[in-house]
Design a protein around this ligand. Structure first.
Ligand code: F6R
Length: 256
């Protein structure tokens, strides 16, 4: 794992955006995995400002709530169009977001996995992390080999996400999410985490044992993971000084 610690979330989001810009310049028909939630918003804003060519890019989102109409302001469909897709030249037919209203959920999930394979696999997967270590909506005790499927949110995630709704009762309990096995097949994973609330989950994911109790810890098995943090999210890392030392000593050609 490459741990990149920046003084602020803005500076860290800038590095994340530069990593994606580099990929899109090198591979204009890249396949990107996208995340939602508050964390990637500033990185998406920076990508919009970079005015890149998205005309040949394909995207697959990690997850979606089950049962929310697509046009609901808190659906991840609405989120993606509002925060990124409406502002770039991506082709709507190249955008894939799980259908939280699919009539046959298992079939939808199998088709989603097949579509990722048909597209050639994901070049770079954007990830956030929940305060309980979930990534995508792979809650603690998710199988580390899991594929796209329906999951039940933990009460903690429902509470965490209630800030986007009028009340916790309105947060759907079920979601469709790519699995940890799906995420591990992306060629590169870009994990962003900002704020004190994420510090314990990040310490577990980066330095803890690989365990289904912190599903993001499975990323330790992946060969190319970049973790962009602010100081608060990095505050429980025991080897933070080493990560800073490594990043500060990078040769210019390795920088973003
Ligand atoms: C959303 C997703 C989730 C979020 C996580 C953190 O697509 O995959 O794992 O990344 O719940 O959410 P925020 O960024 O709102 O703290």
């Amino acid at each position: 794992m490459e741990i990149i610690i920046q003084p602020t979330a803005e500076a860290s989001a800038e590095i994340g955006a530069r990593i994606i810009r580099k990929l899109l310049l090198e591979k204009p028909d890249a396949v990107l995995g996208m995340a939602t939630g508050s964390t990637p918003v500033s990185m998406y804003r920076k990508l919009i400002e970079m005015d890149l060519d998205w005309s040949r890019v394909t995207t697959f989102n990690l997850d979606e709530y089950v049962g929310l109409p697509q046009e609901h302001p808190q659906s991840y469909h609405s989120f993606m169009w509002e925060n990124l897709f409406s502002h770039i030249n991506i082709k709507p037919e190249n955008v894939h977001i799980p259908d939280g209203n699919a009539a046959d959920v298992p079939k939808f999930c199998a088709d989603y996995e097949a579509a990722i394979k048909r597209a050639g696999g994901i070049d770079l997967q954007v990830l956030g992390i929940g305060s309980d270590g979930h990534s995508g909506f792979n809650e603690p005790t998710s199988s580390l080999a899991s594929r796209t499927r329906i999951k039940t949110l933990t009460e903690r995630t429902v509470r965490d996400n209630a800030r986007f709704f009028d009340s916790a009762e309105e947060v759907p309990r079920h979601v469709i999410t790519m699995g940890i096995g799906t995420i591990l097949e992306a060629r590169c994973n870009l994990l962003l985490a900002f704020g004190e609330n994420k510090a314990a989950a990040i310490a577990g994911a980066v330095e803890g044992p690989i365990t289904a109790n912190n599903p993001a810890s499975a990323l330790q098995l992946h060969p190319v993971v970049k973790v962009c943090l602010d100081e608060a999210a990095a505050s429980q890392l025991q080897r933070a000084d080493y990560y800073r030392w490594v990043y500060d000593g990078k040769p210019a050609w390795q920088r973003y």
